[in-house]
Design a protein around this ligand. Sequence first.
Ligand SMILES: NC(=O)c1ccc[n+]([C@@H]2O[C@H](COP(=O)([O-])OP(=O)(O)OC[C@H]3O[C@@H](n4cnc5c(N)ncnc54)[C@H](O)[C@@H]3O)[C@@H](O)[C@H]2O)c1
Ligand SMILES: O=c1ccn([C@@H]2O[C@H](COP(=O)(O)OP(=O)(O)O[C@H]3O[C@H](CO)[C@H](O)[C@H](O)[C@H]3O)[C@@H](O)[C@H]2O)c(=O)[nH]1
Length: 331
Amino acid sequence: MSETIMVAGGAGYIGSHMVHQLLKTGYDVVIVDNLSTGHRQAVNPQARFYEGDTRDIQFLKQVFAQEPIQAIIHMDAFSIVPESVGDPLKYFDNNVIGMIKLLEIMQQYDVKYLIFSSTAATFGQPQQSPITEQTPQQPINPYGVSKLMMEQMMHWVDQAYGIKSVALRYFNAAGALADGSIGEDHNPETHLIPIILKTAMGQQDTLKIYGNDYQTPDGTNVRDYVHVTDLAQAHILALKYLQAGNPSTAFNLGSNQGFSVQEIIQAARKVTQKAIPAEIAPRRGGDPDILIADSSRAKSILGWQPQYTDIQAIIKTAWTWKQKHPQGYQS
Ligand SMILES: NC(=O)c1ccc[n+]([C@@H]2O[C@H](COP(=O)([O-])OP(=O)(O)OC[C@H]3O[C@@H](n4cnc5c(N)ncnc54)[C@H](O)[C@@H]3O)[C@@H](O)[C@H]2O)c1
Ligand SMILES: O=c1ccn([C@@H]2O[C@H](COP(=O)(O)OP(=O)(O)O[C@H]3O[C@H](CO)[C@H](O)[C@H](O)[C@H]3O)[C@@H](O)[C@H]2O)c(=O)[nH]1
């Protein structure tokens, strides 16, 4: 019998790719999602879907009473940096309380393995680049703080109850399944690549570049873009790592390459063959200058081998999704 894995947030952008990858690998999948930022249409029909909120322990009990869940992949959270700066309590409420309730249910139902979507935002404005797992975590926005608190809870519940976990600190998730059947659709969209592609499609006139006075070669923020299916694969490897009896830990997941906002726009112009008008706008709140991952530990310990190493190839998958779904999901 195949193992049953719960994907919390499985109707979201990264979650829907996670579900696809698990099903393709032969796992049995349960999705829990309240559709607050996810989409019904992104729910894979081969998985069993329970619509509800992870902060609702009665709802979680109903799910766990019915499903033989052996591990949780915890992707449900709010994750927009500038929004978290304006409304920190929204982030502490959803992210931190959601984690407490998921850990409670794991303890009650003796579920031993947790793989968690953490983030580069836990590092804040790091003093070193690229960022390793040894780099101090000093978040500079409420989103990053909420994720660091969640990582810290995982440490203590391992000590107390033996719940084993891996925190995967993604850098900037990008791209879509190569066939363009699922992809990124947030409303409002705040992420750079989908907004660039909206502009390429003519759905907005001009792309705003949030600041060109950062401490970077061209003054615009530098980020490390990692393909969403490569991220999904890392979770399966992390689960196997825990099931082999290895200790709880964290890994940084990125491409080890940094691209400025200007460089991403240039790459997208090449992929789409569109002009993509852009203008400099004031800084957005909470953006660190440069975030680049050192993912060598994930490669050596998990055997993670990202398939996408070229930024244009990553953008091309997002463009395929956008061309097939110009208005995103219908529901
Ligand atoms: N997108 C990135 O670049 C990035 C980078 C680092 C980390 N992450 C993390 O990865 C995870 C997934 O990100 P995403 O971009 O796919 O976001 P997303 O908003 O597309 O997906 C999150 C999903 O969780 C669901 N959800 C949120 N709160 C919930 C709750 N309380 N109960 C049930 N369902 C809930 C939403 O409806 C949505 O389907 C998040 O935890 C995010 O913090 C994302
Ligand atoms: O219209 C836009 C949108 C974004 N940007 C810039 O593009 C860069 C990337 O911004 P995104 O919003 O795409 O991504 P973030 O780096 O803010 O954050 C993302 O990656 C982080 C990890 O690095 C977090 O985990 C978070 O969940 C996820 O949203 C930033 O410098 C931002 O200022 C623009 O200039 N114009």
